[in-house]
Design a binder for this molecule. Structure first.
Ligand code: AMP
Length: 239
């Protein structure tokens, strides 16, 4: 990632000339980090690295990591830093991350942030992380989380209150039965918010202090929020 002059997909957002580098999306559970990651993947043609998704894949496959993570995740607590960092290290060594990647759900603790910063500063050609926090108020979040339904086949995300499928409980794209994540209940949501406030707020302060932090309003249409994130990242990369 030595050059800032890397272009993006032809025909789309051609005005974005910079290599985005590592971008961290921050925000409480339900602010739309997953949705925005997918938008940014399309805009920049870089991968989304979601530790929640990677951990869920480990749980589904019954790997040793998945066996440890399953109970911790079901309680809404955080998986230990060392396990998550090792998993991320493997993912970031894949060649598709060279121009950058969207970090969704990682780093979530100061320890993870320091580990990532140290790793990147040991790679002279790597850009540093810039962090963008998506802001949404508590009641909105609760509706988003408890209303969220996911297609297990296409991974399309619905919300029974604001973005329901045409037929209740069924994916519009492929007809698969929609599922609710086990941790998308009100009780687990409260624990996840508590964990976010206690452990992830210091990550916000860390990047704010370093001058590599911006906030965007997450209570707007998806494409508008995505444009806001792009503008914020471009601004941070220029400074
Ligand atoms: P998410 O899909 O990002 O909401 O993550 C779901 C769950 O996976 C969290 O509630 C944690 O239990 C676990 N998890 C995801 N990312 C991390 C992380 N960076 N550190 C620790 N635990 C994580």
């Amino acid at each position: 990632m030595s050059s800032l002059a890397t272009s993006v997909k032809p025909g789309r957002d051609a005005e974005i000339k910079i290599a985005p580098g590592p971008i961290l999306l921050l925000g409480a559970p339900g602010v739309g980090k997953g949705t925005q990651s997918k938008e940014l993947v399309k805009i920049w043609d870089i991968p989304q690295v979601s530790t929640g998704d990677l951990l869920r894949a480990n749980v589904d496959q019954g790997t040793p990591l998945g066996k440890v993570a399953r109970e911790i995740m079901a309680r809404g607590e955080l998986v230990p830093d060392s396990l998550v960092n090792d998993m991320v290290a493997v993912r970031l060594s894949a060649p598709d991350t060279v121009r950058g990647y969207i970090l969704d759900g990682f780093p979530r603790t100061l320890g993870q942030a320091c580990w990532l910063d140290a790793r990147l500063s040991a790679q002279p050609e790597a850009l540093s992380v810039v962090a963008v926090s998506i802001q949404v108020n508590y009641n909105q979040l609760l509706r988003r989380i408890t209303g969220r339904r996911i297609c297990p086949v296409s991974q399309t995300i619905y919300n029974i209150y604001v973005n329901p499928p045409r037929r209740e409980g069924v994916c519009d794209l492929d007809g698969a039965a929609l599922v609710q994540r086990a941790d998308d209940t009100e009780e687990v949501f409260k624990e996840r918010i508590r964990a976010y406030a206690a452990l992830t707020a210091p990550v916000v302060e860390h990047y704010r202090t370093l001058g590599r932090f911006a906030e965007v309003d997450g209570d707007r249409p998806i494409a508008v929020i995505a444009s806001g994130i792009v503008a914020a990242v471009e601004g941070l990369r220029k400074t």
